[in-house]
Ligand binder design. Structure first.
Ligand SMILES: Nc1ncnc2c1ncn2[C@@H]1O[C@H](COP(=O)(O)OP(=O)(O)OP(=O)(O)O)[C@@H](O)[C@H]1O
Length: 486
């Protein structure tokens, strides 16, 4: 995954209109509403010259507002035609005082993003530019960062646990899975919520369909709607097909919405509408259509509390939690640890590894650790240990927090409380045990332990560590990807 998340870029806009009053408005208002720069010209010939000059400079316009009827031999259609030839990535809006249905249709055929009738309304122009900015940002969003359907691997179906709580959970999964009802999975970070979502999908009649997982907190906020619902044909550079959204990608299968509590409020309304109607509408299109998608959600947040604080829609909670599953933290099921170790070590090694790969003393430590990061932290600890171990895993092969729990927490507190470097000089030097560690490993420990102290609350963790929430997600994803890559 790339870390680049494009934000809204300033737009370069070309406006052409023969009415001086409108040009005055464009010159003064467009830089503000488009959050960029504007070139304003009075006729089609000048517009064509401006388009050519921008292309020759290697800086084609992002957007154009084009009047239809203009003197001088080149009308708005001529400008749109030229624009399509020399500057196809420039999104354009037709603005006319003589709008009728055939012209509006023709504008769409030319690839216009919108057809606005004069007198122009500022809110409409504002919406048009917001749409253009979103399209630009989507075009810059690396394809590999987009959530995609995954093919489930065999071990994705494995859901280890035989303590009474886990057996009860498995029984519930077996009952819920075959229905199409929505399921809300609750649990601390790393407890296996995604594993459970995959198990539900794999045991449902949708098992042959796609499983699409999306982390609601990791989607750039201004792209959420396009990402979920897709975009109409032609709205994109080189898009002769509509861009499919996540709902469409999951058609016939399951859409897993991880970190549901992070879903922006406007999208909460749209998700609710989808759950009520099964209908979606691509951004920029008027038609709706139906998709057959089962929604499974997960969160480590208290949604009821969020609803009380006005941060989450109460009616959406009732829609997504037809069935609710509560995953116990690992510290409450230490008896599962030996089997989990065997599973996780086998996954790392690519072959079956038994519990005897861990010495009894090391296993004691593993079973008495707090596991704030739950099974994910256990998987990381085992990866660490399996690299260091020569033969059977011994206590000294385990990461320091497992053998000496407080160290990383101290470092985290110091990071949070020290405004400058002086605090470090007065604080006791941190120790990291006998095993040498890289800065990256220490950082990972600090992050996971800070996350623990905040009970998996990622925004609070990011705040304490002084990093962007997105950076925190990227780091957690990177740990996960590194682990998955073995
Ligand atoms: N019961 C389990 N059996 C096997 N593996 C598990 C189990 N629970 C968790 N894991 C493993 O632990 C890691 C974290 O699991 P998962 O991503 O499902 O957690 P999560 O609760 O969704 O985390 P987050 O809240 O951070 O999204 C994964 O590598 C997963 O394979």
């Amino acid at each position: 995954m790339s870390n680049a998340t494009p934000g809204p870029a300033p737009l370069r806009v070309l406006c052409v209109d023969d009415e001086p009053g409108i040009r005055f408005v464009y010159e003064n208002e467009v830089p503000l509403i488009a959050e960029g720069s504007v070139t304003v010209v009075a006729d089609g010939v000048k517009a064509i010259a401006a388009l050519d000059a921008a292309v020759a400079e290697g800086k084609p316009y992002d957007a154009a507002l084009i009047d239809l009827r203009m003197p001088g031999g080149v009308d708005g259609w001529g400008v749109a035609d030229h624009l399509n030839n020399v500057s196809p990535n420039t999104k354009f809006v037709i603005c006319t005082g003589h709008g009728d249905l055939p012209e509006a249709k023709r504008a769409m055929e030319y690839g216009a993003l919108r057809f606005l009738e004069k007198p122009l309304q500022m809110p409409e122009l504002g919406e048009a530019f917001a749409h253009i900015r979103e399209l630009k940002a989507l075009e810059q969003w690396p394809e590999e960062d987009r959530p995609k359907p995954v093919k489930l691997k065999t071990d994705d179906r494995d859901f280890i646990g035989s303590t009474p709580a886990m057996l009860a959970l498995k029984k519930k999964i077996a009952k819920f899975a075959p229905t199409d009802a929505s399921v809300l999975i609750l649990g601390e970070t790393g407890t296996g919520k995604e594993v459970v979502a995959k198990a539900i999908h794999a045991s449902s009649k949708r098992a042959g369909g796609p499983f699409v997982a999306v982390n609601c907190g990791a989607l750039p906020e201004h792209l959420v709607e396009s990402e979920f619902f897709g975009h109409r044909k032609g709205a994109f550079t080189g898009a002769d097909q509509p861009r499919k959204g996540l709902f469409e990608a999951a058609d016939g299968g399951t859409l897993f919405l991880d970190e549901l509590g992070e879903l922006p409020k406007p999208m909460q309304v749209k998700l609710l509408r989808f759950l009520e109607s099964s209908e979606i509408r691509r951004v920029g299109e008027n038609e709706t259509f139906t998709v057959d998608v089962r929604i499974v959600c997960a969160t480590n947040k208290d949604l009821d509390e969020m609803a009380r604080d006005g941060e989450f829609r109460e009616d959406l909670i009732y829609r997504v939690n037809t069935f609710e599953l509560d995953l116990p933290p690992l510290r409450e099921r230490a008896e599962d640890i030996p089997a989990l170790c065997s599973f996780l070590l086998s996954r790392l090694a690519g072959k079956r590894v038994g519990e005897e790969a861990i010495s009894p003393r090391a296993m004691d430590l593993l079973q008495s650790h707090e596991w704030s990061g739950n099974v994910r932290e256990l998987a990381n600890a085992l990866e660490h240990a399996s690299i260091l171990a020569e033969g059977q895993i011994q206590p000294e092969d385990l990461p320091t927090p497992v053998t000496r729990r407080s160290v990383a927490g101290n470092v985290g507190l110091k990071l949070a409380n020290t405004g400058d470097f002086e605090g470090y000089a007065n604080a006791p030097a941190p120790t990291y045990g006998d095993v040498p560690k890289t800065l990256r490993e220490i950082e990972q420990e600090v992050i996971l332990h800070t996350l623990d102290r905040h009970d998996g609350d990622k925004p609070a963790t990011a705040k304490e560590l002084g990093i962007a929430l997105k950076t925190l997600y990227n780091k957690l994803n990177a740990y996960e990807a590194k682990r998955a890559a073995g």
